[in-house]
Design a binder for this molecule. Structure first.
Ligand code: PTT
Ligand code: SF4
Length: 610
């Protein structure tokens, strides 16, 4: 097989055993890699209903057929498991040297099951895997952990680790790499912690088999050159994702005070131009010349790599308008291994709940020191922090007193940094994303703003589906960064050329889209199998706040979503997807996608329609 290594590494932490397992071309072509492999493995191997933090869960690191070849933006890795936050399928995508090293070691995926008796580091060097005692590392933050491990291995080693949040099973703990790359929003760090796995070190010294190595090199060099010719390249290097702060403010989409408003009076102090004034450098994922991680020094004088999402969620959404303080909170979250998006939601929720006097704790908007202390309480599960460590869905259920009305999540995953009071298509995107409320699959809001945000017309549904196919399907299964395409207009044809050089196969775009639909439906089946009789259409509905509490400030004052129109839009989305009125794939849809085996299994949990 070319392109793929054709091998998964099974790691059993209970028995300290590893077994390399070859898989065939059919699996590769059917599921491609990354998210596709993760979904297939979790569907096949997990017993429905297991506790995500039990030994039975699998933690998966999966790459795609382009990972590690030196192609632009191909240093990405999917980390996946059954999510302890949502109870459904969970994954994330992080840029890390570990992606490249895993492939060079000879594996397309590493599947970790069981639980080590004591804290452990897994070291994989080509065909040799060892389990190293990690008692001395347990308790260290993710930066300290990586620094210690770095001193022990080759400079090229790829390391992923968890911080105290993962160890303490905070439900939105992430896996961290390279001081500021974080992946697995729906609690992949907690799954790693539940296995007593502090870190994985990957070292690989083999060539990844390419069908046409020479054209691979040429295409790679040409790709890097092409990226640099794109008109927005220079500005992207200056501001990366952060220019979106100004855009969101102009368009009333900037989450402010727990998504109550879409404008923030200190937006100019936390946007791209404010960031440029304190910027000290660029960092990025390996194999990338777009390096979009903007490094600034926070109020703690430590370096922090910031993006749009973490600025907004730890800034305007909690009423904090000081960029250096936001950077310090972001660095703190990276060290602890907490997802900044969920964290910003949880903090905003706590502030609003306190303001409304539904809890005795006094937590005020925009107070840096108090917020930092609360973040620490969350990571170490102290006091009220322990309640918040479960995520907003669970916290609201526990607190009650109507607090569900301002718990901003879909399916238990907290909302990313775009307010949708006046963005029905983006609301649909959050509501139907494969992991819960994440913008990664269909970031449709900029298109929606450009082409008319009012209305629920069919074109919007089509756009959501198109983006889910491309971003959530193609990019997550090839496991390459989507930013060259999404932000600079790097043409999609490049990827079919890369795929041909890597695999020796003509894999036209419509094949990739078909695979994307297959993966999305398999993930959908995973969710439905887990929720079984509790599965309901309202799981595909965004938070009530956007339907019931209009914006009270800014040019879109008064705006909110219309529940009846949203419902009609969702019904149409279901029909276009080949799902029934409950949002469950029909037998005919699964068959068309080559998922007939799924029909049989899923039919044991819910009644399927033809
Ligand atoms: C991603 C989510 C995002 S999406 C951001 S910022 W973004 C937040 N970053 C966090 C962080 O940092 N530290 C932290 N402790 N928690 C964080 N949580 C948030 O996690 C990321 C980039 C970005 S920056 C984005 S959009 C793109 N995402 C891609 C994707 O999902 N797929 C893909 N094929 N390419 C992508 N390219 C871009 O990568 P999750 P990274 Mg991240 C400090 O993992 O779970 O998917 O959540 O990986 O290496 O940091 O790169 O404005
Ligand atoms: Fe990583 Fe940014 Fe480069 Fe994408 S563009 S590979 S997120 S540094």
């Amino acid at each position: 097989m070319f392109g793929w290594t054709g091998v998964f590494l099974n790691v059993d932490l209970t028995r300290n055993k590893v077994v390399a397992e070859s898989y065939d071309t059919t699996l590769a072509l059917n599921f491609m890699g990354g998210r596709g492999f993760a979904a297939k493995i979790l569907w096949d191997r997990l017993t429905p209903g297991i506790d995500p933090l039990s030994v039975e869960n699998n933690l998966i690191f999966a790459a795609g057929p382009l990972t590690g070849f030196g192609l632009p933006n191909s240093g990405k890795l999917v980390v996946a498991a059954k999510s302890p936050l949502t109870g459904g399928y969970g994954d994330g995508n992080m840029g890390t040297q570990a992606a490249i090293q895993m492939r060079k070691a000879g594996y397309d995926a590493v599947i970790i099951e069981g639980k080590s008796e004591t804290p452990v580091v897994l070291h994989i060097r080509d065909t040799v895997a060892e389990f190293i005692d990690a008692k001395d590392l347990w308790g260290l933050n993710s930066f300290e952990t990586e620094a210690q491990l770095k001193s022990l291995y080759e400079r090229t080693a790829g390391i992923v680790s968890i911080g105290p949040a993962g160890e303490n099973l905070v439900k939105f703990a992430t896996v961290v790499s390279q001081e500021g790359r974080a992946g697995g929003r729906p609690g992949m760090g907690a799954v790693m912690g539940s296995k007593n796995l502090k870190a994985v070190v990957f070292e690989g010294y083999n060539e990844i088999p390419a069908a046409y190595p020479k054209s691979m090199k040429e295409l790679s060099a040409a790709g890097y050159r092409e990226v640099m010719t794109k008109p927005n390249y220079a500005f992207w290097k200056r501001q990366g994702t952060i220019s979106t702060v100004e855009w969101s403010q102009e368009n009333s989409a900037l989450p402010t005070c727990n998504f109550r408003e879409g404008v923030f009076d200190k937006a100019d102090k936390i946007g791209g131009f404010a960031m440029e004034k304190i910027k000290v450098g660029n960092r990025g994922c390996p194999q990338c010349n777009m390096t979009c991680g903007n490094v600034v020094k926070g109020s703690d004088r430590k370096e922090s790599e910031i993006d749009y999402e973490n600025i907004v969620m730890l800034g305007s959404n909690i009423g904090l308008g000081n960029l250096k303080q936001i950077a310090a909170l972001n660095r703190f979250a990276d060290e602890l291994g907490l997802d900044t998006i969920s964290l910003g939601n949880v903090l905003g929720f706590a502030m609003e709940t306190s303001e409304k006097k539904r809890v005795p704790e006094k937590i005020q908007w925009g107070k840096f020191q108090e917020t930092k202390a609360l973040i620490e309480d969350i990571a170490y599960r102290r006091g009220f922090g322990d309640v918040l460590a479960e995520g907003v869905r669970s916290a609201a259920a526990k607190i009650g007193h109507g607090s569900e009305d301002w718990a901003m999540h879909v399916k238990g995953l907290e909302i990313s940094a775009y307010d949708c009071h006046a963005a029905p298509a983006m609301a649909l995107s959050y509501a139907t994303s494969s992991v819960g409320a994440h913008h990664k699959d269909a970031w449709v809001i900029s298109w929606e703003v450009q082409f008319g945000r009012k209305g629920y017309r069919e074109e919007k549904i089509n756009k959501v589906i198109e983006m889910q196919r491309l971003r959530g399907g193609v990019f997550e299964s090839l496991t390459v960064c989507r930013f060259p395409y999404a932000e600079l207009g790097f043409e999609l044809e490049w990827y079919t050329k890369y795929l041909h050089a890597a695999t020796g196969r003509e894999l036209p775009f419509n094949t990739l889209i078909y695979t994307a639909d297959k993966i999305l439906n398999l993930i959908r089946a995973f969710w439905i199998r887990e929720y079984a009789s509790n599965w309901a259409k309202d799981m595909d509905v965004p938070p009530m706040r956007w339907f019931t509490q209009p914006l009270t400030e800014g040019p879109l004052k008064g705006a909110m979503l219309d529940p009846l129109k949203y419902d009609a839009m969702l019904n149409k989305y279901y029909r276009k997807r080949g799902w029934d009125e409950r949002g469950i794939p029909k037998k005919s849809t699964l068959k068309k996608l080559g998922l007939s085996d799924v029909t049989k299994e899923l039919g044991n949990y819910v009644k399927l329609n033809d």
